[in-house]
Design a protein around this ligand. Structure first.
Ligand SMILES: *[C@@H]1O[C@H](CO)[C@@H](O)[C@H](O)[C@H]1NC(C)=O
Ligand SMILES: *[C@@H]1O[C@H](CO)[C@@H](O)[C@H](O)[C@H]1NC(C)=O
Ligand SMILES: *[C@@H]1O[C@H](CO)[C@@H](O)[C@H](O)[C@H]1NC(C)=O
Length: 487
């Protein structure tokens, strides 16, 4: 799938800082870089640890480089200091044409003096980084995937030693590249131990975030491995949240186009063979019989409809509402069973919706006279990627003074009027669009608005201080990151 414009830059989780000039970055050297790749299906998680040493006093801005392919696949990027939970502010400098790389800066919490050291941990989530190999599989065949990446972690600084560890989810690794004519090492380039393949150590690498280095020294490596779970790709998600004061209700509806991105089925699907496989608990990984979804607590009137009609084979266990702002990790569990097993290459479209008490999501701020509603951006689908998401929030009729604060800047956003036959003046609708969302993209879209007197809730909502507090934090973030936008 061609991707001319990718989401990642807009989806950075940390605070953005205003770019002043690339030369504001200080000078460092990497005493060690260790990259660990956790192979998966739709998502690949990469953790890169940079042990850095400052080469001048007052060094506080470290620059990261991503190659073009790596950048195109990165849907999430966050940086921390090792052992500390707080995310470090990132600056996005975009593409650097002379060097052919994408540059980001990381602000260290405290400037380092000469020879001062820090351990930076950079986590990324890659999407669309694997593909089934072979491209086709018979119903009873196992599923295996290929993943390719650059051999060297590139950096604008010189690196004393670096290595890359690639962990397969199973020890069944069919093949891996053993590159030849590699500099910077005297030993073997690659070693395999169980499910882990290690490239390096490589010593004394010069600054590598340059076109010259990439052209002359960079190599591609490919791993071919077994993956035992279906690869779920949501090619399109249309999520509509409708706030009703009249019914004190929040309706969430998800229209989902699901695609099994595993190998295409070779030959015909045999239901008998499928039943036999299921009976012995040996369903092939490229067959998706169903999945478990974590829906919010306190929901009711859930519905699950596909093109044919109601799907009654699923099972929902609801749990009661939890107080707003509490961290209780409770959820209603939906064991979703499509009407037919979804095989590799197949699509399945369905609609999943439910109602919730509005008070589970809303607060009233008497200081401003505004309602604050926190709408979850996504219903989490672990290990799945959402290629395209359109999220709509429909506010009560006559709502005014509307503001909204998404957890990540959207690719596009708008406010329009949504007219239904019951309305006289229409209901304001917020629409946000995203690409390549992962299970990291959690969080709420906070919406604040006023409503005319007659539209106030019959049952006043308690002001949940914790809830408003969370919202204020979200607001502060928005204030900061709104300053940087892609041209
Ligand atoms: C930094 O370390 C190098 C080598 O260990 C040493 O020669 C140099 O004097 C140190 N500089 C400072 C300012 O401590
Ligand atoms: C689907 O089920 C709901 C209740 O579960 C029912 O109200 C609705 O009429 C059903 N729709 C169809 C098309 O069967
Ligand atoms: C599945 O959907 C994608 C678009 O989302 C389409 O390109 C593909 O042809 C569909 N596959 C099948 C088997 O219908």
């Amino acid at each position: 799938m061609p991707r001319h414009w990718r989401a990642p830059l807009s989806l950075l989780f940390s605070l953005f800082v205003l770019p002043i000039c690339t030369s504001a970055a200080n000078s460092f050297e990497n005493t060690a870089i260790v990259r660990t790749v956790e192979l998966g299906g739709a998502l690949v998680h990469v953790t890169t640890t940079y042990a850095v040493k400052a080469l001048e006093d007052g060094s506080s801005v470290y620059t990261l480089a991503l190659g073009e392919q790596e950048h195109a696949r990165t849907s999430w990027l966050e940086a921390k200091l090792k052992g500390q939970p707080g995310l470090l502010p990132l600056g996005d400098f975009g593409y650097h044409p002379e060097s052919g790389v994408f540059l980001y800066t990381v602000d260290l919490p405290k400037a380092l003096d000469t020879n001062g050291t820090a351990n930076l941990v950079v986590e990324t989530v890659l999407t669309h980084a694997t593909y089934p190999w072979p491209r086709e599989a018979a119903q009873k065949d196992p599923q295996s995937l290929k993943y390719s990446t650059d051999l060297f972690v590139i950096s604008p600084y010189k690196t004393a030693v670096q290595r890359t560890k690639i962990r397969s989810p199973t020890p069944t690794v069919h093949s891996y590249t053993d590159p030849e004519d590699i500099e910077f090492t005297t030993d073997s380039v690659v070693t395999k131990s169980g499910a882990t393949i290690t490239y390096g150590p490589f010593y004394d690498i010069p600054p590598s975030a340059t076109q010259d280095f990439v052209d002359a020294k960079q190599k591609q490596i490919t791993i071919h491995y077994d993956y035992e779970f279906p690869i779920v790709e949501i090619t399109k998600l249309e999520r509509t949240a409708e706030i009703s004061h009249w019914g004190a209700n929040l309706n969430i509806e998800n229209k989902i186009d699901l695609h099994n991105a595993g190998p295409r089925l070779k030959g015909h699907f045999s239901r008998l063979e499928h039943q036999t496989q299921s009976y012995f608990g040996r369903t092939s990984a490229h067959i998706l019989p169903g999945m478990n979804l974590m829906l919010p607590p306190g929901i009711h009137s859930a519905y699950y409809v596909d093109q044919i009609g109601n799907v009654s084979t699923s099972h929902l266990r609801t749990v009661p509402s939890v107080p707003k702002g509490s961290n209780a990790n409770s959820y209603s569990l939906l064991e979703l069973r499509p009407r037919y097993p979804v095989l590799g290459g197949w699509n399945y479209s369905f609609t999943l919706g439910w109602d919730s008490p509005l008070e589970d999501y809303a607060g009233y701020d008497s200081a401003t006279g505004k309602y604050v509603v926190g709408i979850p951006l996504l219903t989490p689908m672990p290990t799945a990627v959402v290629d395209e998401a359109e999220i709509k929030i429909i506010l009560p009729e006559g709502a005014t003074d509307i503001d909204y604060f998404p957890p990540y800047p959207a690719l596009s956003e708008s406010i329009t009027k949504h007219i239904t036959y019951l309305d006289t003046i229409g209901r304001p609708q917020i629409t946000l669009k995203y690409r390549d969302l992962t299970d990291k993209h959690t969080g709420n879209i906070y919406v604040t608005y006023k409503v005319p007197f007659r539209a106030h809730l019959q049952k006043p909502l308690a002001v949940a201080t914790a809830f408003i507090g969370v919202f204020i934090v979200a607001l502060a973030w928005k204030r900061v990151d709104i300053r940087i936008r892609r041209k």
